[in-house]
Design a protein around this ligand. Structure first.
Ligand code: 13P
Ligand code: SF4
Length: 300
């Protein structure tokens, strides 16, 4: 029996579901019950009736699923699949940041630990950051953590006073350069570029559209001849799904190594052994849930 067949068989026996982020490798996205961006996966996890959720993504995503659905057992197939961006601020650093701006409200990107979410007023994802910032009164000061690129871009769209934490995603910050863009644009002058808001402001400035990964997929369905500036597994999967589309990756090797720690082999093992279990302490869950639910009330 092929490994994919073993996974599907065991998944059915255990009444489990597999959620996969858009940056997962092709075979994992192909066998997932649901694939999507951070917002879509959070909603799926919250609404799932399954007793077991195998989360093919990184730790903060699995943690969010565990917070939103405390009834389910959430497992992450690779224990060390983290997110360097989420690690760029911890709860103590956020408390100190808040102490410097006691009047401000805190918006935290979903790419953050449960403890940081618990210290925040509301969460956001790349799909709804502008909408979330716009939900505050115009005169409110907002602290945005941890991604400076998403925070600055969303602040510009909403003309709000946003003070950003100096965090970034190494894949998006360093993976895409203006030089690479100029070279590709020269080669493909009639192609448009879609970029993830975690990219550096230099890339955002020349992007035709700035979109979350699910926003990108929608855009790809409706357009052709595109340069893509986000994790290369996403571009690989889009080309696999839409072979007729002319898609070029701004960097064909900008892979998120943490996302790629999830393999068919460890998905099967995680289903067999029901680990690694992702658990969040009750007090943290309660506070983080409030920030997540506020986001979901505004954007779902
Ligand atoms: P999306 O929510 O747009 O899928 O992004 C998640 C992420 O980690 C991007 O690096
Ligand atoms: Fe984190 Fe960047 Fe990987 Fe997204 S691509 S999970 S932000 S390290």
């Amino acid at each position: 029996m092929k490994i994919e067949e073993k996974i599907i068989k065991l998944k059915k026996e255990k009444n489990a579901i597999i959620l996969a982020h858009n940056y997962q490798i092709v075979p994992i996205q192909d066998l997932a019950d649901f694939r999507g961006d951070s917002l879509q996966l959070s909603i799926q996890a919250k609404n799932s009736q399954a007793p077991l959720i195998v989360f093919c993504g990184v730790r903060f995503m699995a943690e969010t699923a565990a917070i939103l659905n405390p009834e389910a057992k959430v497992i992450l197939p690779a224990e060390d699949a983290g997110c360097p961006l989420a690690d760029m601020i911890n709860a103590e650093q956020l408390r100190q940041f808040k102490a410097l701006h006691p009047e401000a409200k805190v918006v935290c990107y979903i790419n953050s630990s449960a403890e940081v979410k618990a210290e925040s007023d509301i969460c956001c994802t790349s799909a709804n950051a502008v909408q979330i910032i716009n939900s505050f009164p115009e005169n409110e000061t907002i602290l945005f953590v941890p991604d400076k690129n998403l925070g600055s871009w969303a602040a510009k769209q909403s003309s709000r006073n946003v003070i950003v934490w100096n965090g970034y995603c190494p894949v998006h910050q360093w993976g895409f350069t203006r030089r690479a863009y100029d070279r590709l644009k020269n080669q493909y002058p009639d192609y448009k570029m879609i970029a993830h808001p975690e990219c550096d402001e230099d890339i955002i400035a020349v992007a035709d559209e700035v979109l979350s990964t699910s926003g990108m997929e929608k855009y790809i369905k409706a357009h052709d001849k595109l340069i893509i500036a986000t994790d290369s597994s996403f571009s690989d999967y889009m080309q696999h799904l839409y072979p007729e589309k002319k898609l070029v990756s701004l960097n064909t090797r900008a892979y998120c190594n943490n996302m790629r720690k999830i393999t068919l082999k460890n998905v099967l093992r995680s289903l067999e052994e029901e680990n690694y279990l992702v658990q969040v302490p009750a007090e943290t869950t309660k506070k983080a849930l409030s920030a997540l639910n506020k986001m979901l009330e505004i954007s779902h």
